[in-house]
Write a protein that binds this ligand. Sequence first.
Ligand SMILES: Nc1ncnc2c1ncn2[C@@H]1O[C@H](COP(=O)(O)OP(=O)(O)OP(=O)(O)O)[C@@H](O)[C@H]1O
Length: 246
Amino acid sequence: MSDVSGMTEIERIAAGETADGGAVLELRNVSRSFEDAGGTLTVLQGVNLSLMPGQVTALVGPSGAGKSTLLHIAGLLEAPTGGEVLFQGQDCGDASDWERTLIRRDGIGFVYQFHHLLPEFSALENVMMPQLIAGLSRREAKERARQLLNLVGLEERETHRPAKLSGGEQQRVAIVRSIANVPAVLLADEPTGNLDPHTAEEVFRQLRRIISATRIAALIATHNHELARAMDRVVELRDGTLHEIK
Ligand SMILES: Nc1ncnc2c1ncn2[C@@H]1O[C@H](COP(=O)(O)OP(=O)(O)OP(=O)(O)O)[C@@H](O)[C@H]1O
């Protein structure tokens, strides 16, 4: 898979080159089952999903339907039992662990219900961290982190540590941190699940604004049907299969 420059195709893709103008992330006929003493539990079967740039897709479904499992597979955190996951046209089933790590690091942003900010660092440093890991200089990382915090109205809070921020502010920091490396895909698991309804709506509004400005393809699992309906597209997991409901 390496070319003369020494880079593999997936490394070039993770470095920002797109294969074509189509789906950024695609699940094809994906299934996932778990084996335990009681037998086989099939959580996903025949799941097809294409995420397009700039589009926000809500993922809904009852508790235990498999939303987190689907997000883990889409985020290359776990492999499907069957089917394919394509990142910018490239089948990730063929990728090495290192190539998958590169795609996750440079191509995919994650937001969770609980923000996982680093408590001993300021808001600014938390947003700088993934950029420093990706090899940006401190100056560049700081400048971009400032712009991002500004975008979500937190310019006055950049020196605050997470404990000094409200829940909504912490989640806004987590969101801009997840997109600091301008990933092609954003995957979010209940990103506003621990916020009050008003703050959840505000955080969602800002998340949408960032996504359409950056052309990120987003998949957001939520139990909040009202917020889901406000997104471009809604898919529902029911009995292991995915249904397009908006
Ligand atoms: N590693 C595992 N081993 C066995 N079963 C698992 C494993 N991971 C998930 N499951 C099962 O898969 C099903 C789907 O779980 P998942 O967490 O994906 O659902 P969910 O839709 O995200 O639920 P919730 O909305 O409650 O967060 C559940 O029945 C869960 O118990």
